[in-house]
Design a binder for this molecule. Structure first.
Ligand SMILES: O=C(CO)[C@H](O)[C@H](O)COP(=O)(O)O
Length: 220
């Protein structure tokens, strides 16, 4: 029996009712909170910053998975640790010294993640995979919620899973972007361990039921 993690993306929450949405995730079968930090430089959008994450952290009762879509992420590793991040993911494309960045994240007691843009090959992680706790495969171009899933993602997940097995690594695979009940099972069958779902969850009439359905579909 699989134990796929479902991580609602707070980017898609209703910010006028943020506390209500956080309580919904707390009460749901979701496993993680996925928090998207965007700087307007690495991606063409600005999400929110430290004060909002601090407010989320005060109410969130599950693992906090922070995805940094920012340039120069090394500058903020300690800050995000202090803001309650359990998993801290940086972009491959934003790191000149990725190995060093991963060690710095782990030295702060967080799990270290690496996100790959759709054009970035999983083979580029060959020499560093054993140092990565989580790889986040972007299944949309980062910057906005509500985009369509890129079909090539299934092949990337399979290739990455193969690399992880070959290298004897314990890395888990997360998928971020356009996740729905229509692709969730196929993603897990390809090798995904964590599914980030934003608009599919927060635009649903029955949000708790939608999360429960995703969990049921992917854990059988
Ligand atoms: O951050 C994103 C892109 O940068 C993601 O798309 C977001 O985390 C999930 O939203 P959705 O499920 O609506 O695609």
């Amino acid at each position: 029996m699989r134990n796929t993690k479902i991580a609602p993306s707070i980017l898609a929450a209703d910010f006028a009712n943020l506390q209500r949405d956080i309580e919904m995730v707390n009460a749901s079968q979701a496993d993680w909170f996925h928090i998207d930090i965007m700087d307007g430089v690495f991606v063409p959008n600005i999400s929110f910053g430290m004060p909002v994450l601090d407010a989320i952290r005060k109410h969130a009762q599950k693992t906090i998975d922070v995805h940094l879509m920012i340039v120069d992420p090394d500058r903020y590793i300690k800050v995000f640790k202090d803001l309650g991040a359990n998993v801290l993911t940086v972009h491959y494309e934003a790191c000149t010294h990725l190995h060093r960045t991963l060690q710095a994240i782990k030295a702060e007691g967080m799990r270290a993640g690496v996100a790959l843009n759709p054009h970035t090959s999983v083979s580029l992680l060959e020499d560093v995979i054993q140092d990565i706790d989580l790889v986040c495969i972007m299944s949309v171009n980062p910057g906005f919620g509500g985009q369509s899933f890129i079909e090539n993602t299934y092949d990337k997940v399979k290739k990455l899973k193969q690399l992880i097995i070959e290298k004897g690594a314990s890395t888990i695979i997360e998928i971020d972007g356009g996740v729905t009940s229509g692709n969730a099972k196929q993603l897990v069958d390809a090798g995904a361990d964590v599914l980030v779902a934003g608009s599919f969850v927060f635009n649903a009439q029955d949000q708790l039921g939608t999360i429960a359905d995703l969990k049921k579909l992917t854990c059988s």
